[in-house]
Design a protein around this ligand. Structure first.
Ligand SMILES: [Zn+2]
Length: 250
């Protein structure tokens, strides 16, 4: 493992991030992470009409590593946590529009109703099953690692970060029979140690949310554009993604 990673000038990684593709139930207090299925479909259709070309996270990063820039009009759609609603509600939209996506899963939650990936105030939800992961993987959906137990890595001792990172990668690869090459930090938190362990385990990149550096591009602390419930209006969504096209026009 090399500690001397290549450094790149500042650019906005053309990666958007979703969580739950569903309508919140009336009792849900924390609604920011919900995108209703119809809106998800409209947002992706809008990107297609605007001429964006969809990549998986790995496809996008490998392009970047080869060319030192992101592909023109390239964009990657990512979904965190591996909720079952992604299978029920997002998967049909992705298939219908021919959009590949990358889903960051927590292997210890597969097939469970678990609190591990919940924020405070959220309700327990179902994660997708092994069979659903395999069906999606077979249809071209990419699976990345969101750690073994969704623990906040910057708070953990070295050996526990190693377990969270290495065991998650091993379990995902065992299930999908495909290499798991990218990582998304639980809640976006990372530190130097976590970055080094993730790189050392063989991941080519790791995504944060908005905590990555803005003055340069760090492949192990990539920011993503988070699509939230408040982005319900087309113009709000458009403003967020337009930054990507101007970024790429340079
Ligand atoms: Zn998460």
């Amino acid at each position: 493992m090399s500690n001397k990673r290549k450094s790149y000038p500042a650019m906005i990684p053309p990666v958007i991030q979703y969580h739950k593709i569903d309508k919140p139930t009336s009792g849900t207090l924390v609604r920011g992470g919900f995108t209703p299925p119809g809106r998800f479909a409209r947002q992706l259709s809008f990107l297609k009409k605007r001429g964006f070309v969809f990549y998986t996270a790995v496809g996008l990063i490998e392009y970047f590593m080869e060319h030192n820039r992101f592909p023109e009009n390239g964009i990657a759609v990512t979904l965190d946590d591996g909720w079952q609603d992604n299978y029920m509600n997002a998967f049909p939209v992705l298939l219908a529009l021919g959009v590949p996506a990358t889903i960051y899963i927590v292997p210890s939650c597969i097939g469970e109703r678990s609190m591990k990936a919940m924020a405070e105030g959220e309700e327990v939800r179902a994660h997708r099953s092994r069979e659903q992961v395999l069906e999606m993987s077979g249809a071209g959906i990419e699976f990345g690692s969101h750690s073994l137990n969704h623990r906040l890595l910057h708070q953990l001792p070295y050996q526990e970060i190693v377990l969270e990172v290495e065991e998650a990668k091993r379990q995902i690869e065992e299930l999908t029979k495909k290499e798991c090459k990218t990582f998304a930090y639980p809640a976006g938190y990372y530190n130097k140690q976590a970055q080094q362990i993730i790189a050392g385990a063989g991941h080519i990149a790791a995504f944060s949310t908005t905590y990555g550096p803005l003055d340069k591009l760090d492949l192990y602390a990539l920011n993503r554009i988070e699509i939230l419930r408040r982005d319900r209006f087309r113009f709000q969504f458009a403003r967020k993604v337009e930054a990507l096209q101007s970024n790429l026009d340079r």
